[in-house]
Design a protein around this ligand. Sequence first.
Ligand code: S3P
Length: 422
Amino acid sequence: MRIEPAPFFRGRFTLPGDKSISHRAAILGAMAEGTTRVRNYSSAADCASTLACLRGLGVEVRREGTEVAIESGGLEAWRAPAAVLDAENSGSTIRMLAGALAGRPFRSVLTGDESLRRRPVERVAAPLRAMGATVLTTGGRPPLTIEGGRLRGLTYDLPVASAQVKTAVLLAGLQAEGRTTVREPAPSRDHTERMLPAFGVTVQRDGLAATVRGGARLRGTEVAVPGDASSAAFLVVAALVLPESEVRLDGVLLSPTRTAFLDVLRAMGGRVEVRLEATDPEPVGSIVACSSRLRGMAVDPALVPSLIDEVPALAAAAAFAEGAFTVTGAGELRVKESDRIAALAEGLAALGARVRELADGLVVEGGARLRGARVRSHGDHRIAMALSVAALAAEGATEVEGAECVAVSFPDFYALLARARA
Ligand code: S3P
């Protein structure tokens, strides 16, 4: 993909449905009896991977544009898959489905693409084993073989904040004997906890702990998916770093477990306004962002789980800020779709930014002039988008190698960039 510098970035957009919420709506819909209708289902390839895996388990899934209907007889109706379930690039698919499958009395094998097969799944295997499932990994990575069955409730302290692992344990817990409690070291996205009540399931929440009871029966429901908060981050940063720019995003998910990047951008001097329009089951509203003079800062490591997917966008913003921007406590970035710390350092440095890798984060010294260059996505959608946004505000054209991977979360990304700069 060739990116020419943009004179400005303007427009008003409604984004495709949030990826995290779409995965959960599909999986919970498949676990529920009856019909679940999901409106504004994510256009991300990752969310199509979830639907394909659910079909592989015998669940009926109909998709018409952005609307998905899931027809299921509940978990008891799931069938042993005839083939390996392929989560492709999607960590959420493989980890969350592992939890649901831990209670099913059959054997399933889950795998993914080359990137996913390098990512850790022992973190989800360990608690599911402790609940009584047989879970085999390949040296801690996919393929993952699950032989489910009778489960015992568990109280589990997550060693790292992970909403995927938290969700997996809760989905297994719904099928276990007794109660299952998951406690996390810092708040991670809580979409599962917020969505379960719509399916008729009570979740008890107490600070950083969530508890479900086994033997729950989920009933089909309707889910309206708000616009993707993580996709929004790239557009907000584009508007902040380009001159004479303003972007307005309507109907965006504004969960505080996802919008810490907005707080950071504001603390950096970014002119960002948020209007909350609904709060239940998830906060939703609009975001308006305008050209701003940004300053670097040190991000509080306690906030990292709530902005983990937005570090690439923040690092791109930091390249245009004055002073140093530092993120620490973000070692998880090394095991995302790529090693995001290394990929960001490489790509931003190629554009002329001064970046330093830390074991668990990075430092971007702002103020250097960015010049177009050839950069690599490393097959990682968020690296491709972060470098593309930086390239819009650089001097001269940039070539992003492997940019097609943006389809993993935001297939319309480049079309939207083109509209906003025209
Ligand atoms: C997600 C949780 C996070 C995040 C991922 C989506 C989710 O991963 O990075 O993009 O939907 O639960 P971890 O659970 O590995 O932190």
